[in-house]
Design a protein around this ligand. Sequence first.
Ligand code: ZN
Ligand code: ZN
Length: 417
Amino acid sequence: MKLLPIVALLAAAATAQAQDAGTVINGIYPQLDAIYKDLHANPEIAFQETRTAGKLAAEMRKIGFEVTEKVGKTGVVAIYKNGPGPLVMVRTELDGLPMDEKSGLPYASKNGAAHSCGHDVHMTAWLGAARALVTLKSQWQGTLMFIGQPAEETVAGAKAMLEDGLFKRFGKPDYAFALHSWPLAYGTIGYNSGPVSSNSDAIEITFKGRGGHGSAPDKALDPITIAARFVVDVQTVISREKDPKEFGVVTIGAINGGTVGNIIPDTVKVRGTIRSYSPAVREKILAGVRRIANASATMADAPAPDVELIPGGAAIDNNDALVTRTEGVLKQAFGDANVARMPAMTASEDFSQYVNQGVPGMFFFTGVYDPKVVAEADKGGKPVAFNHSPYYAPVPEPSIKTAAQAMTLAVMNVMPK
Ligand SMILES: [Zn+2]
Ligand SMILES: [Zn+2]
């Protein structure tokens, strides 16, 4: 019972911090909005984010951070020291995707790349949180390590930054946070303990045959039928071998072989992706894909195919204690109804690389669409555009405000005075 007044005091302090963070972010929102629209209109793809990195570096210097550029090719590291205390990392991604945007927004990209994963939302929220934290520096202590990571979409940027000595040069963080825009209602936040993203492995298979005339298949060895058999049969790894209660996906996204209808080609290239959460399921799928590729060739008496299964991102494992600790302040600030646990996403993310170095991390999602539009979609109405859709079009305000405020509060909460 004696604890009650302390709990009440802490709750009051958390509410005051939420109000302060909200006030700062509302005050700077016009600048954030301009930055967002500029980033959105000028996306750059993996490891080519030089303009983007330069812009973020300049903004962070203005706020008072000590900035190092070109960490892991195009990455940015911004440090702000504010007395003794934990080192807390906040990560944003810098890259857009190599695709045309079709959102029709007045600030849509026209350069052949698109921020259709919302990394521009994350960068803007990252800047907003940095500004809010520095403004409110009397309320926390420790060191901020804000990183702008290149090449998230190719799952190569986190690795590049770590290999360039991120944790050796700037210190290994005590906590790490990242957020991701998601097609939820704006003003809402989703997260989970344990896995929040998937393991990802790429499939690159070349089936080998012997080219010939389409009218004389007996004189040739047809790699198209071998590839076709593989594409169908490989799904039995998911439907017949994997535990149906466990998550696992195999998708073949590209088949390339042949030129015209009457020529049997020499080879067919098949590319795909494998997703899973647990290491055991991952191993089972990898083995199954390899076995079925080989067996498909054997059935045609063809040479063994070249099978490359290339590891991509590992699943992000959110730290349970950190999630529980952060959940409290987010609920205080945004209300129980707007802050909820959600199932893990099936996509992959290389934020896991930092977490797998032994850094307790939390990766959470923030909504970007009008709640009415999301509710309609949930009822079977017009679906909302998902991340990586050419129509992905976050509503900047209040999506960016919520994201910036949530990140500010999550960080302050682990850096108490
Ligand atoms: Zn993406
Ligand atoms: Zn993304």
